[in-house]
Design a protein around this ligand. Structure first.
Ligand SMILES: *[C@@H]1O[C@H](CO)[C@@H](O)[C@H](O)[C@H]1NC(C)=O
Ligand SMILES: *[C@@H]1O[C@H](CO)[C@@H](O)[C@H](O)[C@H]1NC(C)=O
Ligand SMILES: *[C@@H]1O[C@H](CO)[C@@H](O)[C@H](O)[C@H]1NC(C)=O
Ligand SMILES: *[C@@H]1O[C@H](CO)[C@@H](O)[C@H](O)[C@H]1NC(C)=O
Length: 456
């Protein structure tokens, strides 16, 4: 039969338009426990038995439920299976994942380890996982962190310059976008669908049951990624973005609450008031805020050792986001800003305004709604995301080095850590730091003061 004959036959069949589930490999979610706390001091906590799921973007995407023909290879879509987004979703399935073997993701009790480069049949670079609701494979756990505290332990000792171990909340749909897809998304949270964040990423392969294959441009510098015409936006609260040199916590607001699909300039641009979301966010990075000996190897917060990180979202609506570290039984308050004109050690709308002004940055955090909008997003419930990644757009310089490259490193707010201005190139990081990894553990959530022994 000729290829065109196949197409005619397919056109005559009643086609269910849907993003399919592949059944070549069983999907077994690694289990991860966490705790909900009440009372004070972290003594009244009950264990929740959840599991994690890897994002759909990392999965083998192939024809039909049991087929083996790739729909997506490297950074390109198969044009015949994917002549447009809807047909592509109807033709293509995302399959089960070998978490440890293919992706280097393992769990043990309350602990999750994510390796950076894993080589099985082909190398895998980084990954992103979501926490599912206890006992569920079809709903993400959501968190309303108004007036709540989030605590976890993290080991960043094997995360050098250019890498980022991130733990954050994104206002993804708890059903992975299934309802919005009108039945087109058959995969759902069980297969890690529905990602969005405040960068309005356009590298997402399927959005609400439609493939992003139309207008897809393979990345010139990432053999695994590209960008389609659609982006997936939503408010984002970066509780933790870090390596062993630098860390930042950063709320990002959006003018639209919940997941929204963007095209064109609605997808936002760096340092721009255009678009749906605040890409830059309002970051607290101790080094950038003037205290260069606070966080790092052998420093006050010693990144050679496991760190307990506590983030308090004070108020409902939230008016302040506070940070404590705990190491070796000692509670370490966040460093104070020593930047002229910027005071305090917490994120508030006035801290953000002062910081943006001191650093000459556009306050897109305020123009997209500031903490009030972050608070509304939290009220609706946000999904917990954990990842390890390198940065093909900006070499992670915005986290750990001077950035932007065309400004003097000594200008206010430019230098964010001791990593070199030429560090963080993915090709270098991937070849020299293949064994990098991050471990997140001991997640606890509850009212302020409930997850740890807070200072009076
Ligand atoms: C930070 O500032 C507060 C308020 O001025 C002060 O009480 C605290 O001691 C300062 N912390 C450090 C580490 O200097
Ligand atoms: C953002 O834009 C302002 C002008 O609006 C400019 O002064 C600043 O350098 C820009 N910041 C970055 C990080 O590009
Ligand atoms: C990689 O390519 C993207 C375009 O897809 C570009 O925005 C980015 O600046 C490039 N990264 C580097 C480090 O050159
Ligand atoms: C620096 O680069 C940014 C974008 O990369 C650009 O918007 C800005 O105009 C540049 N600034 C200078 C002083 O060259």
């Amino acid at each position: 039969m000729s290829p065109s004959g196949l197409l005619v036959l397919a056109a005559l069949l009643p086609v269910a338009l849907s993003q399919l589930v592949g059944t070549n490999m069983a999907e077994n979610h690694p289990t991860l426990t966490w705790q909900k706390c009440t009372g004070t001091g972290g003594t009244s906590c009950t264990t929740q038995s959840s599991s994690i799921v890897i994002d759909a973007n990392w999965r083998w995407t192939h024809q039909g439920a049991t087929g083996t023909t790739n729909c997506y290879t490297g950074n390109t879509w198969d044009n015949s299976l994917c002549p447009n987004g809807k047909t592509c979703a109807a033709n293509c399935a995302v399959d089960g994942a070998d978490y440890a073997g293919t992706y280097g993701i393992t769990t043990n009790g309350n602990s999750l380890t994510m390796k950076f480069v894993t080589v099985s049949q082909q190398p895998n670079i980084g990954s992103r996982v979501y926490l599912l609701a206890p006992g569920s494979t079809s709903t993400y756990q959501t968190f309303n962190f108004n007036n709540q505290e989030f605590r976890f332990d993290v080991d960043v000792s094997q995360l050098p310059c250019g890498l980022n171990g991130a733990l954050y909340f994104a206002q993804m749909d708890a059903d992975g976008g299934v309802a919005k897809s009108n039945g087109a998304n058959k995969a759902g949270p069980k297969y890690g669908t529905g990602y969005c964040d405040a960068q309005c990423p356009r590298d997402i392969k399927f959005i609400n049951g439609v493939a992003n294959s139309q207008g897809w441009v393979p990345s010139p510098n990432d053999t695994n990624a590209g960008t389609g015409t659609m982006g997936s936006c939503c408010p984002e609260m970066d509780v933790w973005e870090a390596n062993k040199i630098s860390t930042a916590y950063t709320p990002h607001s959006c003018t639209t609450l919940g997941q929204s699909t963007c095209t064109g300039s609605a997808c936002s641009a760096p340092n721009s008031t255009q678009g749906t979301c605040d890409q830059a966010g309002c970051d607290f990075n101790s080094y950038r805020m003037g205290v260069t000996n606070f966080y790092g190897p052998g420093m006050t917060v010693d990144t050679n050792q496991k760190i307990t990180v506590v983030t308090q979202f004070v108020g409902s609506p939230i008016t302040s986001i506070r940070r404590f570290y705990v190491q070796n039984g000692r509670v370490i308050p966040n460093s104070n800003s020593t930047i002229a004109g910027v005071t305090g050690n917490a994120i508030t709308d006035s801290f953000c305004a002062a910081q943006k002004s001191a650093f000459g940055d556009t306050n897109t955090f305020a123009s997209k709604g500031g903490l009030a909008t972050m608070s509304k997003a939290a009220s609706a419930g946000m999904v917990l995301v954990m990842s390890i990644w390198d940065d093909h757009a900006a070499n992670m310089l915005w986290l750990d080095a001077p950035y932007p490259p065309n400004k003097s490193a000594s200008a206010p707010g430019v230098t964010r850590g001791t990593c070199a201005a030429n560090s963080g190139a993915p090709t270098t990081v991937e070849s020299q730091n293949a064994n990098a990894q991050v471990t997140y553990s001991n997640i606890k959530f509850g009212p302020i003061g409930s997850t740890f022994n807070a200072p009076a």
